[in-house]
Design a protein around this ligand. Structure first.
Ligand SMILES: [Zn+2]
Length: 143
């Protein structure tokens, strides 16, 4: 059972690959949030051996959880309200990523026009490859 003690309202990210919580923390911009965030590392897990957990107090409408699907779609999102888990969300690879990946093609329009959004669409779920919508350059999953 996932221990959510002390959390009345918030988000618990469970089944994070051990050692990845720092990266997830940065990618979600959690350092910019006002709310209490707890990272718990190397928790024993039957399924994974070891895992990391992130608990976010509040922040239900401040955290962009879509990017998590790209970072690690094995993460489970638990939404807590009134001290109980009211919703569990499974993640999948997002079909579209905005301002997560950067196009490396020197001739791409995004290299010239810096204020354009970096938009990629999922090209191949097997290899987790994404394609730039402007120049068709593909990028593999990199963190
Ligand atoms: Zn491009």
């Amino acid at each position: 059972m996932l221990n959510i003690s002390g959390l009345d309202e918030g988000i618990v990210l469970d089944h994070i690959q051990a050692g990845m919580s720092t990266k997830i923390f940065k990618h979600l911009g959690l350092e910019k949030l006002d709310c209490q965030v707890a990272m718990i590392r190397n928790v024993k897990s039957n399924k994974m051996g070891k895992k990391d957990i992130i608990k976010i107090e509040g922040g239900l409408d401040q955290v962009d959880l879509d990017v998590l699907g790209y970072l690690d779609h094995n993460i489970t999102i638990n939404i807590i309200r009134g001290g109980v888990i009211v919703e569990k969300k499974a993640l999948k690879l997002p079909s579209r990523l905005t301002n997560v990946l950067v196009c490396k093609n020197p001739r791409c329009v995004t290299t010239v026009e810096r204020n354009l959004k970096q938009v990629f669409t999922l090209a191949n779920p097997e290899t987790q490859t994404y394609r730039c919508i402007y120049c068709e350059e593909t990028v593999g999953k990199k963190l």
